[in-house]
Design a protein around this ligand. Structure first.
Ligand SMILES: [Zn+2]
Length: 54
């Protein structure tokens, strides 16, 4: 079974550390998602704030 990281959308290879994310759905059947345990996607840092203009 191929596990796809929900963070970076890349497959998690055997041996790679990952965490399971249980996602409950209203229909009852929950799905188990996987995510790299190490941050694999650069976290958006707070850059210069651009004021929103209407
Ligand atoms: Zn990932």
């Amino acid at each position: 079974m191929i596990k796809i990281c929900i963070c970076c959308d890349k497959s998690i290879r055997d041996g790679e550390a990952y965490i399971k994310v249980d996602k409950m759905s209203p229909s009852g059947a929950g799905t188990t998602l996987y995510q790299h345990s190490r941050p694999c996607k650069p976290v958006p840092t707070q850059t210069s704030q651009v004021p929103l203009r209407p």
